[in-house]
Design a protein around this ligand. Structure first.
Ligand SMILES: *Cc1c(COP(=O)(O)O)cnc(C)c1O
Length: 484
């Protein structure tokens, strides 16, 4: 366990030199007696170097993309260009106030307008709101829009949304929050939506379907046009969970294959550092018939410049975020898109797909893979073989991977694959780092055979060792006791 900063303390060691006091009056006379501190404040007494070493050392105990590969499936933990970080801190942005008059923030409005347009182009949709501050809030916004559409059309009987069993857990939660019932659509043997079962589920009460594409199995849903025909035949809507858009940039425009609306995860696909609940952004794009329901304001442009338009206020679902969304994430996505351009964005997806397939082909010899066909930007392998033969679980394998300097893949998700390990290497990893990851996974597969106890005890090299799950839920005690 690391020392706390107090444990580095040594009496009268100093990290700062304060300037001589300029006020002559003894300070206490200016402060009411009752407010004066009577005991000396307890602060760590450390040198500047002590402080630096302490925090640098702490920062390295965590995992981050600059430290090593981070194949957390569905989360798109790609490298985030540092140029974004420099520009987003520019005083032109940091000194803005959301109540400033429009004419004094034309540059920022232009950035939002351009981003709306770029996302509309990328998705093949007609309009975009930048307000939602996460993928899940984008889903909520999208489902609210579906509800507003049905209300406007007098489709009052529609109360159900269909969701495939490979969906992200946020999908049914978002539908419930808006007040819809959800029904589960089973996957077929190939891991795709089962069309025959879909036909059985769809009826006059169907308000829409929510499909993650590529699915959480890393597979492209190939039957979207057929599904759209079935869904649209009862005036229901096609929602795409676009969190996995890292596979589709410049290759597929969801709006052109039958989807009516979708959300983006800017923090995933368009590179904002995320994880640990960090800031996100989940814009929603809609096609023509859903434009009236978008949240207000939308940024518009005319001969006088850029404006925050409330024109649709009467039909809009209203605001879903204070002011205009998580602006700093919007800036990063804007820079990312403009720097890469159309060509570059397509290469992002091509390389993300190539990297995932490369790893899948190598690791398929060591771990079971249920759906063997070419994957998109991620794939799902599993530990069923290791469990059956050596009693080793996917959790054990994931822990052992930490010892080898890698973050674990997403585990036990999707739920339809037992002992799942969902691997998303992203396009920013080079061949050598993919090989290093593959080597680590192969070593673990061999350790499962030759030294299963070692794998079950892992991790052995991390600051916190194997957590006792049972004790953790039964006993409440602070991990870092506070100093007296
Ligand atoms: C990450 C993710 C979400 C949720 O996005 P948040 O920004 O975490 O709310 C939804 N669906 C899929 C498929 C995802 O991967």
């Amino acid at each position: 366990m690391s020392k706390t900063i107090f444990e580095h303390s040594s009496p009268s060691r100093k990290g700062v030199t304060l300037p001589k006091r300029e006020i002559d009056t003894p300070l206490p006379t200016l402060i009411p007696e009752t407010m004066l501190r009577t005991k000396k404040v307890r602060l760590p007494e450390v040198s500047e170097l002590d402080v630096m070493r302490h925090y640098i050392s702490l920062s390295h105990k965590n995992h981050f993309i600059e430290k090593g590969l981070y194949p957390l499936g569905s989360c798109t933990m790609k490298y985030n260009p540092k140029l974004n970080e420099t520009l987003v801190r520019h005083s032109s942005f940091t000194t803005l106030h959301p109540f400033q008059p429009e004419e004094t923030m034309q540059g920022s409005l232009e950035l939002m307008y351009e981003l709306q347009n770029d996302l509309a182009e990328i998705s093949g949709m007609k309009g975009v709101t930048l307000q939602p501050s996460a993928g899940a809030q984008g889903e909520f916004t999208g489902i609210k829009i579906i509800a507003a559409y049905h209300k406007a059309k007098g489709n009052n009987h529609k109360d159900t949304i269909i969701i495939p069993d490979s969906a992200h857990g946020t999908n049914p939660a978002s539908c419930s929050l808006v007040g819809y019932k959800t029904v589960e659509l089973a996957s077929n043997k190939e891991g795709r939506c089962d069309i025959a079962k879909l036909r059985e589920l769809v009826n006059e009460n169907t308000a829409g379907i929510m499909i993650t594409n590529p699915s959480t199995l890393g597979l492209f849903e190939t039957q979207i046009e057929e599904i759209a025909e079935i869904i649209h035949s009862v005036d229901a809507l096609m929602y795409m969970d676009g969190a996995n858009l890292n596979a589709l940039l410049g290759i597929v425009q969801p709006g052109k294959i039958g989807f009516d609306l979708m959300h983006f995860n800017l923090h995933k696909t368009f590179a904002t550092p995320h994880g640990g609940g960090g800031p996100g952004s989940g814009p929603v794009a809609v096609n023509e018939k859903l434009l009236p329901f978008l949240p207000v304001p939308i940024v518009t442009k005319d001969e006088c410049g850029y404006h925050l338009s409330y024109e649709n206020e009467a039909t809009s679902i209203g605001k879903v975020h204070s002011f205009y969304g998580n602006f700093a994430v919007l800036i990063r996505a804007y820079i990312y898109i403009k720097m890469l351009g159309a060509e570059g964005l397509r290469r992002v997806s091509e390389n993300a797909i190539l990297n995932a397939n490369y790893l899948m082909k190598i690791l398929g010899d060591y771990y079971h893979i249920e759906h063997q066909e070419n994957c998109m930007h991620e794939f799902v392998m599993d530990g069923t073989r290791q469990k059956k033969e050596y009693g080793i679980t996917t959790l054990d394998i994931a822990k052992r991977l930490l010892d080898k300097g890698f973050h674990s893949p997403t585990i036990y998700f999707p739920l339809i694959i037992p002992e799942a390990m969902m691997v998303e290497p992203t396009e920013t990893e080079c061949l050598e780092s993919l090989d290093a990851f593959a080597k680590a996974m192969i070593e673990i597969a061999e350790e499962c055979k030759e030294n299963p106890e070692l794998v079950k005890e892992a991790p052995l090299t991390t600051p916190v060792k194997r957590v006792d799950d049972v004790r953790a839920v039964k006993v409440l005690e602070p991990i870092f006791p506070l100093p007296n």
